[in-house]
Design a protein around this ligand. Structure first.
Ligand code: FEO
Length: 402
């Protein structure tokens, strides 16, 4: 068999056999400007094992990489750590092709796969904390429910101190570099934070508990192999990314404010700029993010290490601007915590946008510590001074909290 795509050696007996998706720019509403990878791993145990598979269109790329090391038909075991389609889209076809002796998944993994493919795919359920033998070594399973689906689990090879972490510790980053220590640390931290904010943030409490549990298990971990982005194999990098997960899951308020808005005739834009000036003049870091220039997923990323969220919209047809509705629904679902904030906006004659924004902030549990500012048509200097003052008062509150 010709193998135009080759496996990448991770350790003497573990290979990366995934696929690189350079072109995906939208991952269910998250702007993946840097593309992604779908990682699958081949373990050359006595019972040759494939950990996770790839999104359906990349099946042949994965099979080629496997075949560059072993005949795919020699695979005895497939493990599905996570049933989302970017990791199982080709699973039924791969099972048909390989005919493995065992396919393992969590109980909820079996349920999800059944509901996706209307077949149980011959899955054997593995329990949390259980171990199966691969002949010359064992592999253990740790359920990580709601990180980020009910089915999610880690697989761990104790003999090799090797953790397969499915989506956790991943990032959407297409690259030919397979290891984190080959990639600039700024890129790792930026893409890691963006991934955490847009995929994992709603489950922050579970992440804190999981990290405590992993700590209590005292697992020796020399490699973390996620299902997206690079493999972590350097002790310092592993400590750093685990520390970042602890920090991101806590979302402690920081002296930073995100101002998100849209504008019709630049009135709300002028108000946003005056609020930013009040915040910045009081020593608060500001991200001014017009929805005409920034994607909702960039706003989520900035909120991850912020303490304030200020949102503005003109009134359009008795409501907020559609872009604001889009962003606020998305952000509410991600459940950022520990934020204070306020609303602002211009209007012509009815001015309902402010009330809608206040309700949206309340639903997000953003503590509205300052009265909203609204402006009829075009802000004059008095109104802009009020906006600047709104920024200053948010800054004062934020400094008290941080
Ligand atoms: Fe990468 Fe939740 O799938």
């Amino acid at each position: 068999m010709k193998t135009p795509f080759k496996a990448v050696k991770v350790t003497d007996s573990i290979y990366w056999v995934g696929a690189i998706d350079w072109n995906i720019k939208d991952f269910h509403g998250y702007a993946t400007d840097s593309g992604t990878t779908y990682n699958a791993y081949l373990v050359l145990a006595d019972k040759i094992t494939l950990v996770d598979t790839v999104k359906a269109p990349f099946r042949d790329e994965m099979i080629s990489r496997i075949a560059s090391v072993v005949d795919p038909k020699n695979i005895s075991v497939i493990i599905s750590n996570h049933s989302e389609m970017d990791h199982t889209g080709c699973l039924p076809e791969v099972i048909n092709l390989i005919a493995p002796d065992h396919v393992y998944a969590s109980k909820m993994g079996l349920k999800a796969i059944k509901n996706h493919f209307h077949s149980d795919c011959g899955i054997t359920v593995v329990e949390d904390g259980s171990t199966v033998s691969l002949g010359d070594r064992d592999i253990s399973f740790i359920e990580t429910r709601m990180l980020h689906w009910p089915d999610s689990m880690f697989s761990y090879l104790p003999g090799e101190s090797f953790l397969f972490s499915q989506d956790a510790f991943g990032m959407h980053l297409a690259s030919c570099e397979r290891f984190a220590d080959e990639i600039d640390s700024f890129v790792l931290e930026f893409e890691g934070a963006k991934y955490f904010a847009n995929i994992l943030m709603p489950y922050s409490k579970f992440i804190t508990k999981l990290l405590e549990r992993i700590g209590a298990l005292n697992l020796d971990i020399k490699h973390i192999a996620p299902d997206h982005g690079p493999v972590w194999r350097n002790a310092e990098n592993i400590r750093h990314v685990v520390g970042l997960y602890k920090k991101w899951a806590e979302q402690k308020p920081a002296p930073k404010a995100v101002i998100t808005y849209d504008t019709m005739w630049q009135s709300t834009d002028k108000m946003a700029r005056a609020i930013a000036d009040g915040l910045a003049g009081s020593g608060i870091q500001v991200k001014l993010m017009s929805l005409q220039s920034y994607h909702r997923s960039d706003i989520a990323t900035e909120l991850l290490d912020s303490g304030a969220f200020v949102v503005g919209s003109p009134t359009l047809n008795n409501n907020v601007f559609p872009t604001i509705a889009d962003a606020m629904v998305y952000l509410k679902g991600l459940k950022p915590v520990n934020l204070i904030g306020a609303a602002f906006g211009s209007y012509g004659w009815s001015g309902e946008s402010i009330k809608h924004l206040e309700n949206m902030l309340d639903e997000m549990k953003v503590d509205r510590v300052v009265e909203s500012v609204k402006c009829e048509y075009i802000p004059d200097n008095d109104t802009l001074e009020s906006c600047n003052d709104l920024g200053k008062r948010i800054a004062e509150k934020l400094k008290q909290i941080c």
